[in-house]
Structures are given as C-alpha cells and as structure tokens.
Design a binder for this molecule. Structure first.
Ligand code: PLP
Ligand code: COI
Length: 368
C-alpha cells in the first residue's frame, strides 16, 4: 500500500471506529444475574455490537440492546453455512481493570476463516475497537469470582436473501458477550476417534467455521454414549495421527518434553491458548516439539509410563486435564492430576497472566 493509500485507509478506519452509534438499554438485566452460579454461555450481557457489509463496504457500526436478529428465511448462512465465529475472554484484574487476552490474534484468525469461507474480511480495527467499546459499556458484566470470565463471541453470517449458491454479497458481523463459569468442571475423558473425520486436507478444518462444529456432534454423541466427554480427532487419511479435540488443541508431556501436533496441514485450528502454552513453555526452558504425533506413540507412552501429562487447550475450556483416553476398545487412565507438574503450572500461570498479575512480557493484554 502506498503512503497515500495507507493514510486514506487510516482516516477511513478512524471515522468508522469513532462513529460507533450507541443505543443504550433502558432495562439492564444485570441485577437478575446470579454471579455465584454462572453456567457457560447461557446468559448474555445487555448490549451487542453489529456492523453490516453491503455494496462492497462495511457500513455504520452500532451497539444496541441485546436482541434477536431479524433474518429473511432465505438468508444464505442458514442454508449454505457461510458462518464463522471466534471465542475470546475478558477478565477483571485485581485493581478492577478489564483485560482482553490476545484479541488481535483472534481478529487475524477471524479473517483467515473469512478468506477460506469466501466471506468479506473485517478490518482488525473494527474487530478490536468494537470489542473494546462494547465491553467498556458492559463492564459491570465482567465477573470477578475465581474461574469466571466474560466470554466474547464475535461471529459473521452471510445475509444475502438468495437460495442460489454463490458467495454472499452481504454479511453481518456481531459481537455478543456472556459472563461464564467453567466450561468443564472436571478432568475430561476423551476418545481417540478412528472412523469419523473432523477435517480433511484441503477442507475447512483450519477455519473456525460453524459447520465444523455441526459435523462433530454426531460422532461426539456416539462417544458420549460410551462415557467420553470429548473426541480426539485423527487425520482423515489414515486415522493414525492425532489432530485436536472438538473445541481444544491437545498437548502431551512425554519424558519432560511438551509435544503437540504441528499446524502445517490445514486440518487443525491454530489455537491461541495452545500457542500461549508453547510460548510460555519455551520461555521457561522446556523442550517443545510441534510435529506429527502418532496415536501409537501416545498409547505406547501410556503403557510404559512415560506419558506424564495430557491436556486440552482452548479459550472456553482454558487448560483441561485429560483423565482417561479411550482407544481401540480400551480405556487408559492417565497419571493423577496432582502429579502433573506442567499442566498445573501453566494453568495457574495463564490464569494469573489474564488477570494482569504477571508482567505482560509478550504484550498479550489489551486494557479496556
Ligand atoms: N480447536 C478447535 C476446534 C476449537 O474450537 C478451539 C476453540 O476455540 C480450539 C482448538 C482452541 O483455540 P483457542 O485456544 O484459540 O480458543
Ligand atoms: C472456544 O474455546 O472459544 C470455542 O470455540 C469453544 C466453543 C465451541 C464453546
């Protein structure tokens, strides 16, 4: 981009983000919320951010009282699944500041998903400023009890009212927020899936596309009938390499080495929590290996006692220790949660980092 074009864009962005049209609610629901008993994702804050894309441009951003969307029955997202989302969290610091964790990374990933799903991309400034303005307005909704946070759900849907197949020309980007408690209250029992597939190379597994979650429900339901809480997906071709869990990336510790599937194939969501885990682990001097991880290697390590730790990493779940792994009709029990030096340490550290109690040496926090 030339300097002139860059300046023009900066001026345009300035106009967009400084002109968020705000309509405040006259009936806050805040007093009805039982902050001592927060479920995950069922309670929504007073306001939402909205911006529409049409005629090749993003229109006026608005913040309005939380409400239902009014959609034409032919809305293309409902038929053909041009729908993507993000998930991130805001936390209250001990001094009462609101802190957003790695929001710019979510904005970047959102646009990678948009590109893959052939949707309009959203300037990062709109994503981040929209978030900040919304959360500032609803700052009293950010919970402060241990283990709680404000879960933030930006999403975008294709809104052409057209039942022919083509990339939509209109989109709606929305941010809603929800004060939440823990996603998993207990360590998770997972099953390594060797028949169903979450993502194939060349598919949309790397995108945070709505359909990826829909397609995981049936295999997850079958696994739940066998007593498993989550699936660990394997590669579509051979089902012999570990990929990720349904809503988390997976990390193992074998012989004091942190091991996790690499992201070179486009089948794995590039998790921000996992990246934070790896960045911190490297900083602490741990040996970290991002590479292809064979199912057999994990099962062998389980059998010979060298698997010290295994956990899922994701925004909603944070660090979720894995208690059991089911594979090929057998269920293996993992080392006790108390014995797990790495996941206990990283879980506590990330939690303190998000609350601003640790020097932000990686520049991950945005203050609202
Ligand atoms: N993998 C999938 C399929 C997910 O839905 C998520 C959740 O966002 C993750 C991994 C973890 O990503 P992140 O840590 O960015 O939340
Ligand atoms: C997240 O961790 O933000 C997720 O996307 C999980 C979600 C599907 C609940």
């Amino acid at each position: 981009m030339t300097i002139f074009a860059e300046l023009k864009r900066a001026k345009f962005m300035d106009t967009v983000v400084n002109n968020i049209r705000i309509t405040k609610t006259e009936n806050s629901r805040l007093s009805q919320v039982d902050f001592d008993n927060l479920p995950f994702g069922k309670i929504f804050s007073d306001h939402m951010f909205e911006i529409d894309y049409s005629d090749g441009a993003w229109q006026t951003p608005t913040i309005v009282p939380f409400r239902n969307l009014d959609l034409h029955p032919a809305t293309s997202a409902l038929h053909y699944g041009q729908a993507i989302f993000e998930g991130l969290k805001a936390q209250k610091s001990s001094s009462g500041e609101i802190l957003l964790f790695r929001a710019v990374d979510n904005a970047k990933r959102f646009n990678e998903s948009a590109e893959r799903m052939c949707m309009a991309t959203l300037p990062e400034e709109i994503f981040v400023e929209g978030l900040k303005t919304l959360i500032d307005l609803d700052r009293n909704w950010v919970p402060s009890n241990e283990g709680q946070s404000l879960y933030i759900r930006p999403f975008m849907i294709a809104t052409d009212d057209y039942v022919g197949i083509r990339p939509s020309e209109k989109y709606k980007f929305v941010i809603i927020t929800s004060p939440v408690g823990a996603y998993y209250s207990d360590p998770v029992k997972v099953k390594i899936e060797t028949y169903y597939t979450r993502a194939a190379e060349g598919g949309v597994g790397r995108a945070k596309a709505a359909g990826n979650y829909a397609s995981s429900l049936y295999p997850a339901k079958l696994a739940a009938e066998e007593g498993f809480r989550q699936l660990i997906w394997t590669d579509a071709k051979t089902h012999t390499f570990i990929e990720e869990a349904g809503t988390m990336n997976v990390v193992f510790v074998i012989n004091d080495t942190i091991i996790t599937p690499d992201e070179s194939k486009d089948t794995i969501l590039k998790g921000i929590t996992k990246r934070s885990v790896l960045d911190l682990a490297k900083d602490w001097g741990y040996k970290v290996e991002e590479r292809a991880v064979k199912v057999d290697e994990i099962i062998d390590a389980l059998k010979n006692g060298t698997l010290q730790d295994a956990f899922g990493a994701g925004t909603a779940a944070t660090i979720a220790p894995i208690s059991h792994i089911g594979y090929d009709g057998q269920t293996y029990e993992l080392p006790s949660i108390e014995s797990r030096t790495f996941s206990n340490k990283i879980k506590a550290h990330i939690s303190e980092y998000k609350k601003g109690n640790i020097d932000d040496k990686f520049n991950w926090l945005i203050r609202v």
